[in-house]
Design a protein around this ligand. Structure first.
Ligand SMILES: Cc1cc2nc3c(=O)[nH]c(=O)nc-3n(C[C@H](O)[C@H](O)[C@H](O)COP(=O)(O)OP(=O)(O)OC[C@H]3O[C@@H](n4cnc5c(N)ncnc54)[C@H](O)[C@@H]3O)c2cc1C
Length: 367
């Protein structure tokens, strides 16, 4: 009988990084992804993908790519999801990883038993349970929508960013985007060219970083020469003040936290469109109100579509949360170094991390 392999759940950047590192160490593995191709959320046709037609990297290619597989010089600084899918396909083919993945196969359950793991999967061929030596979870962090509930009710369409694919759904509509994170700002910029009006409702202030500073991708300015966080925060805050000015001028609240304590918004166009009056900033939502929305400052707007750019939550439905020391909803699993289960020596998570500058190489190093 052959020895059980390690299961890798997910064939996105983190799953590919895990598979590649297991391969490098000569550890046998079997990958599963419910999509029909590798690439994770960068495969816009994947069932758990949350990218949209206009999605591009917000970190530049050189700070994001796998170090052992750099993107070609012909690839743009901030490639589109299409180029990234091609990159991940090439990565999988170059390192001969593709045959190790069972695509179109969903992991339904992963359970420790008798010093190993039983992993139950479902594919077109049906359901089966496979014996594995351990499990590397790489199912992504940005697929399961976090949808707040609001007082009142809305007569128009409510759309979470996870279901937004193309700006054509906003044609002619009066649009409110709730949340000004990176997806919210991308969609606001998309909407300008399609919608009748575009408002964006914010609860807090943000730092806006243009994609280029001094003619270079902003995140490459001190690449290879990392500064202590406090010094970087102080310098970058001043640089941003010079380049983008004060977002409070455009109606945003002042941030009540320091830059990089939360992911900054990397978007050159949002302030441009605010400055042109194409987008209007609104306060937090107080309640939905039939054909409109009432904000906490007492103002009201009429809308046809509300886009919830309210983020994503961690989701490990195939695991007993106790194995991750996880109380579920709203919190994060308590893992050693964000990777190792404290409950089972055969359980690992790769990619449960969202930090500025980590890129896929950061996920590779976790792996
Ligand atoms: C619009 C947008 C822009 C972004 N820009 C950047 C950027 O500029 N730089 C950056 O570093 N990151 C960016 N990200 C973050 C992105 O999450 C990472 O780049 C990367 O995709 C994370 O890889 P992952 O493999 O951990 O997860 P994912 O890419 O989400 O892949 C997870 C895979 O697991 C599979 N899966 C899930 N559940 C199961 C299951 N039960 N069974 C089998 N398979 C399963 C899914 O089908 C998917 O293929 C962006 C994200 C979005 C949405």
């Amino acid at each position: 009988m052959t020895e059980p392999t390690y299961a890798v759940i997910g064939a996105g950047p983190s799953g590919l990084a895990a598979a590649r590192n297991l391969q490098r160490r000569g550890i046998a593995w079997t990958g599963y992804d419910l999509a029909d191709d590798v690439g994770g959320l960068w495969n816009i046709d994947g069932p758990r993908s949350t990218v949209y037609e206009s999605a591009h990297l917000i970190s530049s290619k050189r700070t994001t790519e796998f170090a052992e597989f750099p993107m070609g010089d012909e690839v743009a600084d901030y490639p589109s999801h299409r180029e990234l899918l091609a990159y991940f396909r090439d990565f999988a083919d170059h390192f001969d990883l593709r045959d190790g993945f069972e695509l179109g196969t969903e992991v339904l359950r992963a359970e420790p038993s008798d010093g190993g793991w039983d992993v139950t999967v479902r594919s077109a061929a049906g359901e089966r349970t496979v014996r594995h030596a351990g499990v590397v979870v790489a199912n992504g962090t940005l697929s399961q929508p976090s949808e707040p509930t609001f007082a009142g009710s809305f007569d128009g369409e409510v759309l979470h960013t996870s279901r937004y694919k193309s700006a054509s759904v906003l044609d002619g509509a009066r649009v409110l985007i709730i949340g000004a994170g990176n997806s919210g700002c991308d969609i606001a910029v998309d909407a300008v060219h399609h919608a009748a009006s575009v408002d964006i409702s914010v609860r807090r202030g943000y730092y806006f970083v243009p994609k280029y500073l001094f003619g270079k991708p902003a995140d490459t300015l001190n690449q290879g020469k990392p500064l202590p966080p406090r010094i970087k925060q102080a310098i970058d805050r001043r640089v941003l003040r010079v380049f983008t000015g004060d977002p409070v001028r455009f109606g945003f609240p002042a941030p009540d936290y320091k830059i990089y304590e939360s992911h900054p918004i990397v978007n050159t166009l949002i302030l441009h469109h605010l400055g042109h009056g194409d987008i209007r900033v609104r306060r937090d939502v107080e309640r939905l109100d039939g054909d409109g929305v009432v904000f906490t400052d007492g103002e009201r707007g009429d809308y046809d579509v509300v886009v919830l750019a309210t983020g994503y939550r961690l989701h490990y439905p195939f695991l007993d949360p106790a194995l991750l020391d996880w109380s579920g909803e709203g919190s994060a699993p308590d893992l050693y170094l964000n990777v190792f289960s404290k409950q089972d020596p055969g359980l690992f998570v790769v990619g449960m991390i969202e930090a500025t500058g980590i890129g896929w190489q950061g996920r590779y190093e976790q792996a």
